[in-house]
Design a binder for this molecule. Sequence first.
Ligand code: NAD
Length: 254
Amino acid sequence: MRLQDKVALITGAASGIGLESARRFVQEGARVTVVDVDEAAGERAAAELKDRGHFVRADVSRAKDCEHMVAEAERQFGQLDILFNNAGIMDSGDDDAIATEEDVWDRTMAINLKGVYLGCKYGIPALRRAGGGAIINTASFVALLGAATPQIAYTASKGGVLAMTRELAVIHAREKIRVNALCPGPLRTELLMKFLDTEEKKQRRLVHIPMGRFGEAKEMADAAVFLASEEASYLTGATFSVDGGITAAYVTPE
Ligand code: NAD
């Protein structure tokens, strides 16, 4: 087991990548604090993990909530070894710079970018108390490539996550805290399927993916297990792309 006796906190763990990661982490021997704003789905996720999971409702854009989620993880399981800042939104009003309203920009930044900072603000002292640990921040391939299907606030927020991840990694390297960014490609999750809500929009994305298919949340969870585990002991500050080859491609096969 690759995460034997480790304690993890995963934000956005009621659904998608976070939920699959919670399941995988538990299979690998970890105990998991499931964090989400969606109480019903969060409770369901934690119940599935039985005595190896518990749910804490927190909105990652709020400092008090982030302080609370970390305190609850330590209270429930005695320590914190793995912090997975994964919660994120794609607002349906997120478009190009002209069409995107300020409230969409502010909400996206508050959850996707400030949420990662707040997770670290309260999570890093807990990792220190445990003698070190691993942080994984979910960014996106859109932090590396521009798209003509614009989502300007989302893209900017994920670029911020990547830059912040590198700096966190450098600052905390000597404290045995590794910090890496997971950059998923386009996934067949609710989040993206809601955004690419017509067949035409889906095809427009698929043509750029060398593998010719959307990724699965499960495939991100496998990558997260690796980043969280001792197998990644010399890996920090990395942009870890798991994207079906999309960031490698200039022209994709027919
Ligand atoms: P998802 O919508 O299935 O899950 C996101 C979860 O985050 C939900 O359970 C939601 O309730 C929760 N959440 C939203 N706002 C929150 C807040 N303020 N506080 C706490 N929890 C909150 O989406 P997913 O695809 O699993 O996305 C997870 C991460 O992966 C996100 O950061 C997303 O940007 C990123 N990502 C997704 C894709 C994709 O194609 N789906 C691609 C690249 C990156």
